[in-house]
Design a protein around this ligand. Structure first.
Ligand SMILES: [Ca+2]
Length: 470
């Protein structure tokens, strides 16, 4: 999500810019040798709205539970209990039990220490250990009030006497990330198929990446991180860096043997790189997820004034991908004005698999997951994502020719705030109503949790998402 100014600016300026770009009327992609472009360039396999999924897909969002204060994360513990855990931005985690009832008592309540006055701060995420059933450990990321909204990642143990309570005395700090500004903090965490904890961190920099964090390997901002919280010495170690992280040994002293080394070898020595970095060139990965079948990673990276993007990382990646920010936003130059001036601009990093324009489709991308549930076979293999401002919902998948297709499936009037999965691979979205400038979420209308279903499988009497007729 963005700064209030960012939103206003994107609402007005981006409309103008977007229209201008559209008016230039494509597709005179001028790709220059050496990764340079000028004007509007088209990446070979980046999908845009208006595509057609390989299968006929019709979906609906069905309300599972309401009454939440700015719900911004939903997940499960994968422990066989069928519970859903919903993070409320002011610092509370609530449980929806397997029968769909919201439990009266919260699972976790840390309102006293959570900074939530600004819309992009609060309780970001809870992620359960892959071995939660055996070890009872879970990880919470939130903006800490006492440290100027720094992201705290803290390990807790579930209460040994009550499976529906966090033992608040078990807190064990894992990582603190400081930010100079209050926006673009990310805060989402997921355990990968490799058992390591992945953390999304935004560029933390006002707007336009004024810190140059995206390409800067010496900061954790503007990155995907990968750490190992499964430490041997729990008293003295907070986490370790997996040996296979791309910069795990970047800071190691180098022997001054200069001869016999190639230029490529020299170029790969990055002494200032933080070892926790897994991928870089990212603006604000507010949501990301792993495909539970393939292990592929899908990152919804919130863009600047004009383009939103979905990035993809195959399961066999060795890390170290650069997703382009702040040289590019989507498949476009940053700043976007370079498309009009005709000057050459560099094509940097891994292009997104999908992008959409602020001029037509939304301003803040909200990802969920690739559907791998059993109940709706038509949805299998499709990545579902939406937009916070427009309430649109899309499906994204490759067609038979291997080309990504992005198809709009719903146009709701919800402010979508996050997406997640239950134990069985069903997909859910949350909607939250607070806006920029609304400092007190308790005064905003309550938000809800919505389950993605095939349109022909909406249960009788279910409440479905309100639709926009635009
Ligand atoms: Ca990018």
């Amino acid at each position: 999500m963005k700064h209030p100014l960012g939103r206003v600016v994107s609402g007005i300026v981006s409309l103008m810019l977007g229209t201008a770009v559209l008016a230039q009327n494509n597709p005179t992609a001028v790709s220059q040798p050496g990764g340079q472009a000028s004007g509007v360039w088209q990446a070979p396999n980046t999908a845009h709205p208006g595509g057609k999924l390989p299968k006929d897909v019709k979906v609906q969002l069905v309300q599972v539970a309401g009454g939440f204060v700015d719900p911004i994360h939903i997940t499960s513990a994968n422990d066989g209990t069928g519970r859903l855990f919903v993070c409320e931005r002011p610092g509370v985690i609530r449980i929806i039990d397997k029968d769909g009832k919201v439990m009266d008592e919260p699972f976790y309540d840390n309102r006293a220490n959570t900074s939530f006055q600004f819309l992009e701060n609060g309780l970001y995420c809870v992620e359960f250990s892959p071995k939660f059933k055996e070890n009872g450990l879970l990880y919470i990321a939130y903006a800490d009030m006492w440290f100027n909204g720094a992201t705290f990642i803290v390990e807790y143990h579930v209460d040994p006497n009550d499976p529906n309570k966090v033992d608040m005395t078990s807190a064990r700090p894992i990582l603190r990330i400081d930010f100079p500004y209050c926006n673009h903090h990310g805060g989402k965490m997921k355990f990968g198929p490799d058992g390591y904890l992945y953390i999304g961190v935004g560029d933390g920099g006002w707007e336009g990446d004024v810190l140059d964090a995206g390409p800067d390997l010496s900061t954790l901002m503007g990155k995907m991180l990968r750490i190992d919280v499964n430490v041997k010495d729990r008293k003295n170690e907070r986490y370790t860096v997996p040996d296979s992280n791309p910069y795990a040994h970047a800071a190691d002293p180098q022997l001054m043997v200069l001869f016999g080394k190639s230029e490529k070898t020299f170029s790969e020595i990055k002494q200032k790189a933080k070892p926790e970095i897994w991928a870089y060139g990212i603006r604000n990965p507010w949501t990301f997820s792993f495909d539970r079948k393939t292990g592929d990673l899908w990152i919804a990276d919130v863009g600047q004034n004009t383009w939103e993007e979905i990035d993809f990382q195959p399961a066999n990646s060795k890390g170290g991908e650069n997703y382009g920010w702040n040289y590019m936003c989507g498949t476009h130059p940053f700043p976007i004005e370079k498309e009009k001036t005709g000057e050459k601009w560099p094509i940097v990093g891994v292009m997104p698999v999908a992008e959409y324009s602020h001029a037509t489709d939304g301003i803040c991308v909200i990802g969920s997951s690739v559907y791998r549930g059993k109940d709706f076979p038509d949805l299998d293999g499709i990545y579902f994502f939406g937009d916070w401002a427009s309430g649109r919902l899309w499906g994204l998948a490759k067609d038979d020719a291997g080309k990504y297709q992005m198809q709009e499936l719903l146009n709701t009037s919800l402010n979508l705030s996050s997406g997640g999965e239950d134990e069985d691979g069903n997909i859910y979205f949350t909607n939250a109503t607070s806006q920029y400038g609304t400092w007190n979420p308790f005064q905003s209308p309550k938000g809800a949790v919505w389950k993605l279903v095939s349109a022909d499988k909406v249960p009788q009497g279910a409440k479905t998402a309100p639709l926009d007729n635009k």
